[in-house]
Write a protein that binds this ligand. Structure first.
Ligand SMILES: C[S@@+](CC[C@H](N)C(=O)[O-])C[C@H]1O[C@@H](n2cnc3c(N)ncnc32)[C@H](O)[C@@H]1O
Length: 246
């Protein structure tokens, strides 16, 4: 493996860069993964994105996961279903009772597909109304790996809540406004182990421009990687900085 020399900025890679790493480490076996048929609902992950998350978890041997934004729980279940028996996934979303469930007066579908704030409001409302039903429907083994926290992520205190320095893999996919992504990232940096991966969803989303603005800005301090044909960007910490070839 060659030294990863990117100083800053967002480097774009093809998905196959990660898949090649998986192949190199598993020359004699088929590497399978377990995934639900993608949800037709707004706010879910694509199959390619799911495969990238599972690949990153595998390449970093992650077993302690944290997710900002539980929503339907599909990604919590994905990570639980594709990790070691001792793996644990902690996922945070807002206390349902704190969420304003009033719908906008005008055409809801048009609004949520065009407006970032309305889209986030829709995701919160859906979570308040339906909960993380992918977790509710999962088998007991999968459910036992997942811990749900109900808390506004903007007021998490990693030190006080015993979350600091504990996680191998952190997925940031909660509120998509600039301030929330910035606060979640600051907390993620405190919560990550020295060797860890931190991933953002909705990078280069057509709706959530603030995520792109934040990630581009943050990449001026820390080199980040974007996987083409996905809305994933990630940061490799510690020994994982050398995970990918130049
Ligand atoms: C895009 S969805 C998450 C999708 C999920 N990560 C997945 O991959 O299936 C965003 C979620 O973030 C939650 N959220 C928004 N603002 C939040 C906040 N300040 N604290 C915690 N959760 C928040 C919403 O309620 C919503 O369920």
């Amino acid at each position: 493996m060659t030294e990863f020399t990117q100083q800053h900025g967002v480097r774009e890679i093809r998905p196959k860069i990660l898949f090649q790493q998986i192949e190199e480490r598993n020359p004699d076996r088929n590497v399978m993964f377990n995934v639900s048929i993608p949800s037709s609902a707004i706010g879910g992950m694509t199959l390619l994105e799911s495969s990238i998350l599972v690949s990153l978890a595998s390449l970093t041997s992650a077993s302690i996961f944290f997710e900002f934004g539980t929503y339907m729980g599909a990604t919590s279940v994905l990570l639980a279903a594709n990790s070691a028996p001792h793996a644990r996934i902690t996922t945070v979303d807002l206390p349902p009772a704190s969420i304003d469930t009033a719908k906008p007066d005008s055409d809801e579908v048009t609004l949520i597909l065009q407006n970032d704030i309305e889209n986030d409001n829709y995701l919160r409302r859906t979570f308040a109304e339906k909960g993380a039903f992918y977790i509710d429907r999962a088998d007991a083994e999968t459910q036992n790996k997942i811990k749900r926290i109900y808390h506004d992520s903007r007021s998490l205190d990693p030190q006080a809540q015993d979350l600091a320095g504990r996680f191998d893999f952190i997925f940031i996919d909660g509120g998509h406004d600039y301030d929330t992504v910035a606060i979640d990232t600051t907390n993620a940096l405190k919560m990550a182990k020295p060797d860890a991966v931190i991933i953002w969803h909705d990078y280069r989303s057509k709706i959530h421009g603030d995520v792109t603005r934040f990630v581009d800005h943050f990449s001026q301090e820390i080199p980040l990687i974007h996987v083409q044909n996905t809305m994933l960007a990630f940061m490799l910490k510690g020994k994982f900085r050398n995970l990918l070839p130049n």
